[in-house]
Structure formats: structure tokens, C-alpha cells
Design a protein around this ligand. Structure first.
Ligand code: AMP
Ligand code: MN
Ligand code: MN
Ligand code: MN
Length: 291
């Protein structure tokens, strides 16, 4: 391993979404965009799905970027949704592929319930409307509903749809039970990967609840936390730098890029991790597919 490939200064972008989940670009187009953004080590992390991994890996290598396999698993913890990113796993692992399929399983029924609930609020045809934006029939997400509601003129942008319709307590929100934290971490870890708490600054947890999340995550074998992400402010990055050091967690960096129209943080454009951190990629050097 060269010094740069384990360094905090490497331009690694280890969190983004393609048309295989709720992004608007195909894996190949994302790879080209990552390359244009200066990314040296890339991972595609579609929600609850790894069907894009082979395409992403080949596109990354063709662009001259190193590649880590990735996914972002939806988890229910303390009654809230938490996202766990997995990196560097064997994407043919049976337990992982079965677990992800099970996690995706409830999405279609949930989408129909969301549509019925939006209809009561006067918004009709949302299920069919959202489906027009779906690239993977097993992965209909709130983001696809949001795009339809903007198209139909109910809101002016995607964040407004989430604020008015798609978050807890709002008319189109349907509670859903996702994977257990223990299972998500185990699927990733037993497939040879590292589990990472995604965008910790985004959860509405109290300090006690966050402490419980981190300690249980570590207890189940989780080893990483996102410090620099498109979902964090500079203050969040400082705060989770301290958290990573305090809990001896590997630090990750990723834009969480979804779409040129909707995402504020482009692939490869984030500030680097602090030099005091141990980057997650330094623990995954054996798992990196080299260009
Ligand atoms: P789902 O997995 O179907 O519950 O959808 C979750 C996705 O919705 C996330 O991965 C984000 O892409 C998107 N999302 C969640 N909250 C917001 C928000 N407040 N504004 C915009 N997009 C959001
Ligand atoms: Mn998303
Ligand atoms: Mn997420
Ligand atoms: Mn994400």
C-alpha cells in the first residue's frame, strides 16, 4: 500500500446513489462524474441494493479510479430510521444478498399505502406517478414520490415535499420497519466488509440515544462512522471527528450525491478528513479493486 492510498488526503467518495436506487444517474454516468470531480477511490452505495455493483466497479476501473463495493442499509433503531453504509464486502455473499432482498421487500406495499394516504390529502395517482421515476422496481423510495409531487406542481422542490408530506406526522408518511441494527452490521461484516454509521448528524437523537446507537453498533461489530459528508455542516464534521477519535472508529467521507439537479454536494468536492483520523480505506486496502 502506498502512503497516499492510506492517507486522509486521498480523494475518496464512498457514498452516492444511482438509478439502481434513488439517484438519477446510471452507475457509468456517476463513475464519469466522480472521475471529473477528482475522485481517486469510489464506492456506489445504493439503498438496500447491490445490483449496480458490477457495473460500478467496471466503470470505475475503466475511468482509472480504485473501487470499493458499497451499499446503504435502512435500519430501524429506537423507533427511528438509521442508515448503515457497508464498504468492501463480497457482493456475492449469500447472507448479505438475502438480507438486502428482505430489507427491500416491504417497499412496494409501503408505497401503495403512501399513495392512499396522499390521496386522502387530495393528491391522486402518486403511486403511478412515482413509478415513472423508478429505475429498479424493487426500490421505490420516498425520493421518487417527491420527484412526482414536484412534477405535478404540488411543491416547488424535493426538500419542500419532504417537509410538507413525507416526514413523520405528515399526510404521506407511512411508518415502516426496516432491518435491525445487529443484522445490518452482521451482514456487512460477515461478508468481509466494514459497517459505517451514515451521516450521524442527521438523526434526531438525544445525546443518550446517540451514545446507545454508537455503543450498540460497536458491540455488533461496526467499525466506522461518516465524518465528512454532504449531509453534514462544518460543525457536524468537527463534532464527529471528536466522536470517531473518542470511540476509536474508522472515519469515512462521502458526498451522498443523488442527482445533478437536487444534490448540493458533488462527487469528490468535499473537504478532506482531519489528519488525526484513521480513514476507513486504510483498513480496507485488501478489499480495494485497483485500477
Ligand atoms: P426511503 O428509503 O424511501 O425512506 O427514502 C429515503 C430517502 O429520501 C433518503 O435516502 C434521501 O435520499 C431522501 N430524503 C430523506 N429526507 C429528505 C429530505 N428532508 N429532503 C430531501 N430528501 C430526503
Ligand atoms: Mn436516498
Ligand atoms: Mn442516508
Ligand atoms: Mn445516501
Amino acid at each position: 500500500m502506498t502512503a497516499l492510498s492510506s492517507s486522509a488526503a486521498l480523494n475518496a467518495d464512498l457514498h452516492c446513489h444511482s438509478t439502481v436506487s434513488d439517484g438519477t444517474l446510471a452507475p457509468e454516468a456517476l463513475a464519469a462524474r466522480a472521475k471529473a470531480g477528482g475522485v481517486q477511490l469510489w464506492a456506489l452505495t445504493d439503498h438496500d441494493e447491490i445490483a449496480g455493483q458490477e457495473r460500478a466497479r467496471q466503470a470505475a476501473l475503466a475511468q482509472g479510479m480504485d473501487y470499493l463495493t458499497g451499499t446503504e442499509i435502512s435500519v430501524t433503531f429506537a423507533g427511528r430510521v438509521v442508515h448503515i453504509v457497508g464498504l468492501g464486502f463480497d457482493h456475492t455473499d449469500r447472507q448479505l444478498t438475502d438480507g438486502l432482498r428482505q430489507t427491500r421487500g416491504g417497499r412496494e406495499a409501503r408505497a401503495k399505502e403512501m399513495s392512499a394516504s396522499l390521496a386522502q390529502a387530495g393528491i391522486h395517482g402518486a403511486y403511478e406517478g412515482a413509478l415513472k421515476y423508478v429505475g429498479n422496481p424493487e426500490l421505490i423510495s420516498r425520493t421518487h414520490f417527491a420527484r412526482f409531487l414536484v412534477e405535478a406542481g404540488h411543491c416547488s422542490d424535493v426538500p419542500e415535499v419532504f417537509r410538507r408530506y413525507l416526514t413523520e406526522g405528515k399526510p404521506g408518511f407511512v411508518p415502516h420497519k426496516w432491518a435491525a441494527l445487529r443484522d445490518a452490521v452482521r451482514w456487512i461484516t460477515e461478508a468481509g466488509g466494514v459497517a459505517v454509521i451514515a451521516h450521524p448528524g442527521r438523526y434526531p437523537f438525544t445525546a443518550m440515544e446517540e451514545y446507545a446507537l454508537i455503543t450498540e453498533f460497536i458491540h455488533h461489530g461496526g467499525r466506522g462512522i461518516e465524518v465528512v459528508t454532504g449531509s453534514h455542516t462544518a460543525a457536524d464534521a468537527t463534532r464527529y471527528t471528536d466522536t470517531a477519535l473518542e470511540f476509536d472508529l474508522l472515519a469515512s467521507r462521502g458526498s451522498d450525491f443523488h442527482s445533478p439537479e437536487e444534490s448540493h454536494t458533488d462527487l469528490g468536492s468535499l473537504p478532506p478528513l482531519a489528519g488525526s483520523l484513521t480513514p476507513v480505506w486504510s483498513a480496507l486496502s485488501e478489499r480495494i479493486h485497483r485500477a
